[in-house]
Design a protein around this ligand. Structure first.
Ligand code: RIB
Ligand code: CA
Length: 318
């Protein structure tokens, strides 16, 4: 099997851990490095959560701690959605290993430059680390196969009515990535809102017998409740739950499940109402060369099957 080498940059966060679960359940993925950044929570919490979750699922990959603040903007976290600890009040494991000596940017740089082939970067938080990497070391661009980012939205938002959280928190990092010339796959809210789990499926999840599945169900119950509180989700979201970050991995292992198109995308850096909005030229009127493959549809049932398969696979290995 030709494996896909990846670096995962994340801000665990409930849905980030579900993304990690899917990634580690897939043999075709060769996970070279995990980096953390501030986003859902402060950098110390996101780094602890990555080490804790990986320790629980018995996976040992270098975890390098990233930047603690957005490039320019003041930090804003999402403890209202993920809980004070960040994993829905679920205790995973006391970490059995520590974060790397190398800071994230150095670890990303060295991993990319030493790789025998270009590496895919999967980014499921603000793009602070990736943006800073590209600014500090533009020579790595040739070593990045593509960036699969959960973030942004062609329409709507969940941090404001116009901006998705990861883009809102650090729009300047988004700008650095969008203008980099590196191929980008964007799993924005347009597609992640369609990859929802129903209440019935949540009930099925809670009936899976492994301790791991029970912890996942508990964490997702917390997430279901807090997602309802998000003021910018349309009311019909009441009975559904969205594990946004999972799509950034799912679209790599099952691209046929997704539909998208190439568009020119730029980001609003400053705006009383529009800061962090990803402006997707989906009418293709700008005349500018498309820089992002924007996903806008997913076969939901296949996505759910993939999710449940990962829960069972990981749960049965512990
Ligand atoms: O808007 C959803 C994104 O913001 C996800 O990555 C979630 O983990 C939060 O970081
Ligand atoms: Ca995230």
């Amino acid at each position: 099997m030709k494996r896909i080498p990846i670096i995962i940059d994340c801000d665990p966060g409930i849905d980030d851990t579900m993304m990690l679960m899917l990634a580690f359940s897939r043999e075709e993925l060769d996970i070279r490095l995990i980096t953390t950044e501030a986003g859902n929570l402060t950098i110390d919490k996101t780094t602890y959560n990555a080490l804790s979750f990986l320790s629980y699922i018995n996976k040992r990959v270098e975890v390098a701690k990233g930047l603690s603040q957005p490039i320019f903007r003041q930090q804003e976290v999402a403890e209202d959605i993920h809980g004070e600890g960040g994993l829905g009040n679920v205790e995973w494991a006391v970490p059995t290993f520590e974060a790397s000596e190398r800071p994230a940017i150095q670890a990303m740089y060295e991993t990319l430059m030493q790789a025998e082939m270009p590496i895919t970067i999967v980014a499921t938080g603000p793009l602070t680390n990736v943006g800073a990497l590209l600014l500090a070391h533009p020579e790595v661009k040739a070593k990045i196969a593509r960036i699969s980012w959960m973030g942004g939205a062609a329409v709507g938002g969940n941090m404001s009515t116009t901006a998705e959280f990861n883009a809102y928190v650090d729009p300047h990092a988004v700008e650095l990535v969008m203008r980099s010339g590196v191929p980008i796959i964007m799993s924005g809210l347009d597609v992640t809102h369609k990859a929802y789990i129903t209440r019935e499926e949540m009930t099925q999840l809670s009936q899976l017998e492994t301790p791991f599945a029970q912890k996942v169900a508990n964490m997702m119950n917390f997430y279901t409740f807090t997602q309802k509180q998000t003021p910018f989700n349309p009311p019909y979201f009441e009975e559904q739950i969205r594990v946004h970050d999972v799509s950034a991995i799912a679209c790599l292992v099952h691209p046929e499940m997704y539909r998208g198109d190439d568009y020119f995308v730029e980001v609003e850096l400053e705006g009383r109402l529009t800061q962090g909005a990803t402006i997707v030229d989906y009418a293709k009127r700008s005349g500018k060369t498309p820089n992002v493959h924007v996903l806008h549809d997913v076969e939901r049932e296949k996505f759910i099957a993939l999710f449940f398969d990962a829960v069972m696979k990981i749960g049965n290995t512990l």
